[in-house]
Design a protein. Structure first.
Ligand SMILES: Cc1cc2nc3c(=O)[nH]c(=O)nc-3n(C[C@H](O)[C@H](O)[C@H](O)COP(=O)(O)OP(=O)(O)OC[C@H]3O[C@@H](n4cnc5c(N)ncnc54)[C@H](O)[C@@H]3O)c2cc1C
Length: 597
């Protein structure tokens, strides 16, 4: 049933029904779709962009998995320990254990489905070094790993009986008797509404880097999934943990924030300041450029702060030792990116780089085995889910996260559907209310109080940049929170012109709600975590706080609709995992974390 792009009153909607509805068509969503479809269920995948887009396609450096092709000493235990140490032990250890054990199987499976990896001389999947990984562990396809991964998953999905709804945005989850039973969505071209009925929903909507002005993320990363889940009663975990990737482009201004893959450092790239000094010697003399991202990002930031920055306010990253042929073999995208966007030939001169907002470690709290949230019928996987990475994610650990936990969420949702047989019908007025709420910005009368959603977005991105950046202190976080709450107060006045047809202003009016809500939560959690741990770099507190190291910060929407925060004790690691670490290793790595900056 088509709508007429009308503005006044409610519009018509069509109804679609699936056993499992997956929101998001990045790596996590597609892997979940394959699993649920293979189990014989009717599966729908909704994506607000075209199939084959999503952040997953942008991934460059590789997928971390201990297949041991280059370094036979590698194994799941080492990968587990690296992941926990990098996450400063805030990680959900059970997720980290499952992840490290299952990642190799998922990568091999991807290869069997047709992914063409770079090869070792013996014809095995090639692996490269990456920051914080104690072995050469990243399986890769040059620096276009995400492209090959999504192409492979997409072809697999299309060969199955799965419905894909492209350029369709979900704006509300429906519940009945405490369970999630469907969602409302609109098509981005005509604004046609769709009511999806489903017994289980999997959120796979990615992160929220776009709440900051300088980011490696695309327009899709606004935090929709985390906030849709939060509004439906789901708990979020460790939302203060936002990753600043050490190397984003700096110059010219229009490209600021675009990622320079860690693969450059993995292939031997060297960081220097304006004095030519290889300053990582002062920050992590053992691992140097291959230290974890939080440490390298702080080092780059500090060099610039202390006046040893490059011409355009970054630091230098030099890969010239590889020469043109080596670069074209290992890092062709980086070569083209710098040549086309910055007129720099990286085989001859160094790049200028500076930290860029890249990834969100916090997210929807899930059960490790199944991806289930605390709301029956609602599951989550991929970057929008929290827990696996703790206070800092290792490079390459996201792509394998998508495969391992995408599969598990698909399996978990399928099992849930099979054992729960109930109606997904809801009252008609619930659907009408949700549609009317969506149409409000179009129908709001013109007045002096009207707000432009793009202006609110811009102010929000500036506020987050100024107050919830890498370096955090109480006063500034508090000021940021006040700014964000003031922006929240302006939301009811958002007005957009035109109709639901091809209207980016109308889409922005919805996005800005998620962006503001997720920003408020990040600031409130950052105020609570009064220590330096991983990505949380509180300059007004020294080092790590032992007690805070034992808790996750859990957020939930309370009865009044406000953000409620709880410090919840982390279940102690079982003996078989504890004994993998020496006592010193567990304490030592945590102690390092704050000191590095
Ligand atoms: C430039 C770049 C390079 C990277 N390189 C690497 C790397 O080398 N290795 C690594 O491990 N990680 C890397 N990462 C991180 C990794 O790519 C991401 O964390 C990962 O791809 C996220 O996958 P996802 O499936 O969770 O979400 P995404 O791939 O972000 O997909 C989210 C999906 O949800 C959809 N969506 C969002 N909101 C809605 C809504 N309301 N309604 C409907 N659909 C919605 C989007 O349209 C999209 O389809 C990189 C990230 C970037 C940005």
């Amino acid at each position: 049933m088509e709508t007429d792009g009308r503005v006044n009153g409610s519009a018509r909607h069509e109804v679609r029904e699936h056993d499992v509805l997956i929101i998001g068509a990045g790596g996590a969503g597609l892997r979940a779709a394959i699993e649920a479809s293979e189990r014989g269920l009717s599966v729908g995948v909704v994506s607000k962009s075209l199939l084959g887009k999503a952040h997953t396609v942008m991934a460059e450096g590789g997928i971390a998995a201990s297949v041991g092709n280059v370094d036979p000493d590698d194994n799941w235990q080492e990968h587990f320990m690296d992941t926990m140490k990098s996450g400063k032990f805030l990680n959900n250890w059970r997720m980290a254990e499952i992840f490290a054990k299952e990642a190799p199987e998922r990568v091999i499976e991807l290869e069997q489905w047709g992914a063409l990896f770079n090869r070792t001389s013996e014809g095995k999947i090639s692996q490269r070094a990456f920051g914080g990984h104690s072995h050469d562990r990243l399986c890769h396809i040059g620096d276009r790993t995400g492209l090959e991964m999504i192409r492979t998953l997409q072809e697999k999905v299309l060969s199955m009986d799965t419905m894909v709804y492209m350029e369709t945005t979900v704006t509300k989850l429906f519940k009945k008797d405490g369970r999630v039973v469907g969602a409302l969505a609109y098509t981005r071209d005509t604004g046609r509404f769709i009511h999806f009925k489903a017994k289980a929903l999997i959120m796979a909507t990615g992160g929220w880097g776009r709440i900051y002005k300088v980011t490696s993320n695309s327009w899709e990363g606004n935090g929709d999934g985390a906030i849709l889940a939060y509004d439906a009663g789901a708990e979020l975990v460790d939302m203060e943990m936002v990753q600043f990737h050490p190397t984003g482009m700096v110059w010219p201004p229009g490209v600021r924030g675009i990622l320079v893959t860690e693969g450059v450092r993995g292939e031997g790239g060297v960081l220097r300041n304006s004095e030519g000094e290889r300053y990582m010697e002062n920050h992590d003399p053992e691992k140097m450029e291959l230290s974890t991202r939080d440490v390298v990002a702080r080092a780059n930031f500090t060099e610039v702060q202390e006046g040893r920055g490059s011409e355009h306010g970054g630091v230098y990253l030099d890969i010239t030792h590889l020469g043109y042929n080596g670069i074209m073999k290992k890092l062709p995208t980086m070569y083209e990116q710098f040549l086309k966007l910055a007129d720099i030939d990286i085989s001859k001169e160094p790049m200028e780089v500076f930290p860029t907002i890249h990834y969100t470690m916090g997210g929807i709290k899930v059960e490790a085995e199944t991806g289930a949230t605390n709301v029956p019928g609602l599951f989550a996987a991929g970057e929008c889910a929290g827990g696996l990475h703790g206070a800092n994610r290792l490079g390459g650990n996201s792509l394998s996260d998508l495969l391992v936990f995408g599969r598990r969420a698909g399996e978990g949702a399928a099992g849930y559907v099979r054992s729960n047989n109930y109606s997904t019908e809801i009252e008609a007025n619930e659907i009408e209310d949700a549609k009317l709420q969506m149409l409000e910005p179009l129908e709001r009368p013109e007045s002096d109080d009207n707000e432009n959603p793009f202006m609110i977005q811009k102010d929000l991105q500036a506020a987050m940049m100024d107050h919830a950046n890498m370096m955090r202190i109480e006063e500034s976080l508090q000021e940021g929170l006040e700014k964000v709450l003031a922006l929240k107060d302006r939301l009811p006045n958002v007005r957009v012109q035109g109709s639901t047809l091809f209207n980016p202003g109308w889409h922005a009016a919805q996005d800005v709600y998620y962006m503001i809500q997720v920003s408020e939560i990040i600031l409130r959690c950052a105020l609570e975590r009064k220590e330096q741990r991983g990505a949380q770099w509180r300059l007004d507190y020294e080092g790590q706080d032992e007690e805070l190291g034992k808790v996750n910060i859990i957020v939930k929407k309370d009865q009044q609709g406000e953000v409620s925060i709880e410090k919840r004790e982390i279940t102690p690691m079982p003996e078989h995992l504890v004994e993998l670490f020496g006592e010193e290793e567990m304490v030592g790595d945590q102690a390092d974390a704050g000191a590095a900056g």
